[in-house]
Design a protein. Structure first.
Length: 79
């Protein structure tokens, strides 16, 4: 196993764990935002943008995990 394969093999579980915890943070911020906008009385515009940071992290890690499978398949085919 080359150093590239070792790095990818150890990075995968950490990215998956980070993705899982980020999804919990995203869900929590989305629920809090919905409750704040529903019961807050005066609408605060910035509150609706709070879930976007965890959503961006979910997009990045999700795309990484999606393409990781194809990159590994390509590496195996090359030898």
């Amino acid at each position: 196993m080359s150093s590239d394969n070792t790095a990818a093999a150890t990075r995968g579980p950490r990215v998956r764990t980070f993705h899982r915890w980020t999804s919990i943070v995203f869900t929590t911020t989305t629920v809090i935002t919905a409750l704040t906008l529903a019961f807050g009385g005066q609408s605060l515009a910035w509150v609706s943008y709070v879930p976007l940071l965890p959503l961006a992290a979910l997009l990045a890690t999700g795309l990484f995990m999606f393409f990781q499978h194809y990159a590994a398949k390509s590496r195996r085919a090359k030898g």
